[in-house]
Structures are given as C-alpha cells and as structure tokens.
Design a protein around this ligand. Sequence first.
Ligand SMILES: [Zn+2]
Length: 257
Amino acid sequence: MFQTVSLNTGLKEADSCCSWLGPCLIICLGFSLTGASKAESFELSYLAAQSEQQEQVRQVLVESERLEYAIEGLNQLFNLPLTIKVNVGGEQGPLHDPAQQYINIPYEFVSGLSRLYPEREDLLDVTVFVLYHEVGHALIDLLELPVPAELEESADGLAGLLSIELISDGGAPVLAAAGLLASRESIAASHPWFGQAGKTSRSRKLICWVVGSDPGRLGWVAEDAGLEAGEADRCPNEYEEMRGYWVELLRPYLRRR
Ligand SMILES: [Zn+2]
C-alpha cells in the first residue's frame, strides 16, 4: 500500500533494519500497516483546500502518500493514551495545539516552502520533517517529557530521531530541514515556525545527528556541510546520547518495548 520512499538527495537506501526497538517493521519485514486493534495514536486528515494554489499542494501531498507513510510509522511505534489528530490544511501553523491535541500543517505553509524547494521530493522531505517536529512538540506536551535543551531544539531532536529511525532514507528529511533552517531567505527567515534564534545551531545539530546515525555511510554529509573533522567525530556520540535519552523516556508508550 505504501511505497518505499525513494529520495533524490544522494543518501543511499538503508541496507539494514533500523535499530530502535524494532519499530521499522514497515521497512524491514513488510508487515501490514492496517488492522490495528485499538484507536490509532495519530490520525491524518486532509482538510478542504481554499484556493487553486492550495489544491495543487493538497494533490502533491495526497498523491505522494509521504505523510501517510510517516503517520503509519508512528502508529506502528506508539501506543498513546489518546489520538492526536494531524490536520493538513487549516489557517494557522504549523503548530501543535496542546489544549485540543491536534497538529495543523497549512497548505499555505507548504506552498511557501515550494518556492524554496521547487523539486517535489525536496519539498516532501522538508514537509515530513515539519510534521515530525510538530509530533515532537505533541509528545513532549502530552507525555510531559522533560526537555534536554531549548524547546525547539528538543522537538528537532525527536523529529530527527523519528525520521532517521522510522522511515527509509530518513536522513533526507532531516537534511532538508537543516538546509531550510540555515537559509536566510524568504519564509525561512520570518515564519514563526523557525523561531527567533538559534537557527544555525539547530541546523548543525540536525546535520550532526544524520552523520552520527551512520558515520560509515554518511560521513560525506559532514564534509558537504562543512563540519570540521573534530565536530564530525563527535556526531556518533551526540546521536547516541540524544537517541538514548528519548528512547528511555518514550519506552512506556511504545507498542513493542
Ligand atoms: Zn517548534
């Protein structure tokens, strides 16, 4: 039902099963993605488009099935006490509403991104990361998780982890987001989603996590991004620390522990 994600960023297809407590059933074992026995932890809806431009964005997202794939990965992994609704469309956001536990990703926002990312796959990559970033906020809030760093950086950490560990070639969305945060142009500089400060350090952290997740295969990313050798050498530890921190906190809410 869901195609294997094939990306054009130069990252190679993962050649081994992901290691995070076996959540990568979709990729590794080809398990059916349907038929869960209880309410899903995340529920994806596409709201009606309000303009022709929004409709074009909606069609790109729907046809790609990339958000479905990302959500199904989450539902395979998590057993949350309630369902978090993920609405694509709406006017405000990207945001997570802590009062009503929903996530909004407006078509207008994705349309704005498409001016920076004219290539379809790049646009989809960065949209997937935005989704996981908001999921990070939702998990931190709903599960009252203590954040190890500034809130945006913590949400990035969870987003990076989910992307890298849950989806095939999951480094690509993280690198796309790193590029966006590093950009000083257009909405990247002004949209509230990107926060007021620390964009460069957030971008470098994302790059470092991708490198650290598989240094043998992805060492070229550090070079490409201009990380100094000493900095790149620390990335595997940084990734393992970040991963260990979140896995421990999230363990009670995983379907397979
Ligand atoms: Zn945020």
